[in-house]
Each structure stands twice: as structure tokens, then as C-alpha cells.
Ligand binder design. Structure first.
Ligand code: PLP
Length: 321
């Protein structure tokens, strides 16, 4: 397990690269939810998603020698973007391995930030194999997308901000894929108040952590196309941290329909003029469709990123009125 001190250390370490994001009340959601609802805007990060927190904490914790050899990441997009950005800010070499399913906008963004893009295979697992090859043959350090204490602690800095912004929150809605985001937030929020309810949300098909919790062990399932493409990918058969942490800290997990995710994206545009990708809109969608029975007195919803292919985005929101 990751000790809470690591989250405080992460906060000190990442301050110059990572933004403290805003937290705004959403009156339109408060009414149907019968309680206050506020949005945590990780879309404001320099890379457009929260993954910069974990990536920055991990890369900054490497030795000078490791930093000089360079880093490698495998990612559906936002993690790769974060590693490319952080590495280039620090003058470190970054190789980013992605599968050919990666949206074009994300691939271009990785290149723009100075990452060396390696397109390999059809799945996250194939991209991961390529990253391990580069580790073994060229001595690069693999920056894991979620299953690493420094990455989890970096994401946990969101929880510290929530505690300052809204000491009264009793529920946190978190998009859930590999579980780094929810593990970190649960760790820091529950260290302060173990009664805060932490709710994980995934898409209906390909919800690997949800299915793994049901099975009692990490399972593998096929990737199916979804609006929440940033939530695709396995948790690894040899998962070391996030499966156990999610099992211990997360109170409930729910599956959210594609229609609800689309409605979440439309709502954020219509009511707040916020561009959110599917994964990031899943919490709002779940509230709108009442996928989760009760939301508590004051719920925080993590809006995790905005990196969506523009054409795909406009297809979803085009009938917003
Ligand atoms: C990675 C990601 C998630 C899920 O985070 P995990 O740590 O893998 O659970 C949610 N939203 C966005 C936008 C992401 O990029």
C-alpha cells in the first residue's frame, strides 16, 4: 500500500509542472441529485488531463542517471501525452508506445510535445510489450500508467485539493480504468475522513477493474469501442497496487451506458461550455441518468480530461440545444 506521506511529497515535487485546478459548483446537477454537486476541472492541466500529476511525480523521483537514460511509456493517449510533456519540460528523452487504436489527435499531440511515438500492435498490451523491450535493450525506465506508488501518489494530490476546496464533501465520483486515479484520491481523502464515499465509474463494456473486483482477481477482457476511450486497457494480471487499493478503499463501482456518457459530454458543453472527453464526462452522465442511487449532501465529480478527437466530439455534441 502507498503511505499518505507520499502524496504530500508528490505535492511538493510536482508544483512547478502541474496546475492546481478549479473546483466549481454545478447548480444544474444539484437539483436532480438532491444535494450539492461540484466539478473538479482536470481539463485545465497543461496536457488537458490529470495524468500529468502521476507522470511528473514519477519522473521527478528518478535518479539523475535514470533521467539521463530516458523514459518510455505505453498509453491510449493521456498518459503518453503527460510523459512526453513532463520529459520535454525537464530535457529528458521520452519514447511513447501506443497501439494503432490511439485517436489521431492524441498521436499528433504526443509528437508535438517532443515524444518519440512508436505505434505497435492492436492493444495496450502490445504497446506494453514494446515498452519493456526498450527497457531491456536500451535501459529506459518504464513509466507505468497507474500501477506504481509514485503515479498513484501523484494522482492523489487531487484529493488534497478537494479537502481544501470542500471539506464538507461526502461523495467523490471518479472515472475508473486502471485505478491509479481513484486509488490516489481515495488514499488522500480517506486519510482525512474514512466515511467519504468513493464511487468508481466505468463504461458498460470493457470495464476491467469492475469485472476483476467481481471475480476477486485481475481478469482480462477484450477492448470494445467506447466514447470513454481513455478508460480502455487492462489492469495487468500481475497488478501489484491498484487492484488491492481499489478493493480496500473504493466503496462502489458502477457501469455507465454510452448514452449517459454522451449526455454528460453534451451537458458540460451546454451548461458550462466545457469540452470534456467521454471518460471525463462519465460522472456527470451517471448523475444525469441516475445510474448511482444516492449522491450525498455534497458530491465532487472528477472531470478528468478534454483530449477528444474534434470530429468524434462534434458528432456527439452536434444536436446540443
Ligand atoms: C487515464 C484516465 C482515466 C482513468 O484513470 P486510471 O488511473 O487508469 O483509473 C480517466 N479519465 C481520463 C481522461 C484518463 O486519461
Amino acid at each position: 500500500m502507498v503511505p499518505i506521506q507520499q502524496v504530500w511529497e508528490a505535492r511538493r515535487r510536482i508544483g512547478t509542472l502541474v496546475r492546481k485546478t478549479s473546483f466549481r459548483e454545478c447548480p444544474f446537477l444539484s437539483e436532480p441529485s438532491k444535494g450539492r454537486v461540484s466539478l473538479k476541472m482536470e481539463t485545465e492541466q497543461p496536457t488537458g488531463a490529470f495524468k500529468i500529476r502521476g507522470a511528473a511525480n514519477k519522473i521527478l523521483s528518478l535518479s539523475d542517471e535514470e533521467q539521463a537514460r530516458g523514459v518510455v511509456a505505453y498509453s491510449t493517449g493521456n498518459h503518453g501525452l503527460a510523459v512526453a510533456y513532463v520529459a520535454s519540460q525537464l530535457g529528458i528523452d521520452a519514447h511513447i508506445c501506443v497501439s494503432n487504436r490511439v485517436p489521431r489527435a492524441k498521436a499528433e499531440a504526443i509528437r508535438k510535445f517532443g515524444g518519440k511515438l512508436e505505434i505497435y500492435g492492436d492493444s495496450q498490451d502490445d504497446a506494453g510489450r514494446r515498452a519493456r523491450e526498450l527497457r531491456d535493450h536500451e535501459g529506459l525506465t518504464v513509466i507505468e500508467p497507474f500501477d506504481d506508488p509514485h503515479v498513484i501518489a501523484g494522482q492523489g494530490t487531487i484529493g488534497l485539493e478537494l479537502l481544501e476546496e470542500a471539506p464538507d464533501i461526502d461523495t467523490v465520483f471518479v472515472p475508473l480504468s486502471g485505478g491509479g486515479l481513484i486509488s490516489g484520491i481515495a488514499l488522500s481523502v480517506k486519510a482525512n475522513n474514512p466515511n467519504v464515499r468513493i464511487v468508481g465509474l466505468s463504461m458498460e463494456r470493457g470495464a476491467v477493474m469492475h469485472e476483476s473486483l467481481k471475480a476477486g482477481r485481475p481478469v482480462e477482457i477484450a477492448e470494445v469501442e467506447t466514447l470513454a476511450d481513455s478508460l480502455l486497457g487492462g489492469i495487468g494480471r500481475d497488478n501489484r497496487y491498484t487492484f488491492a487499493m481499489v478493493k480496500q478503499y473504493v466503496d462502489e463501482t458502477y457501469l455507465v451506458s454510452e448514452a449517459a456518457i454522451a449526455d454528460g459530454m453534451k451537458f458540460l458543453m451546454k451548461r458550462h461550455r466545457i469540452v470534456a472527453e467521454g471518460a471525463a464526462a462519465i460522472g456527470v452522465g451517471a448523475l444525469l441518468h441516475q445510474t448511482v442511487p444516492a449522491t450525498g449532501k455534497h458530491a465532487a465529480v472528477i472531470v478528468s480530461g478534454k483530449n477528444v478527437d474534434p470530429a468524434a466530439y462534434f458528432k456527439v455534441v452536434n444536436d446540443v440545444s
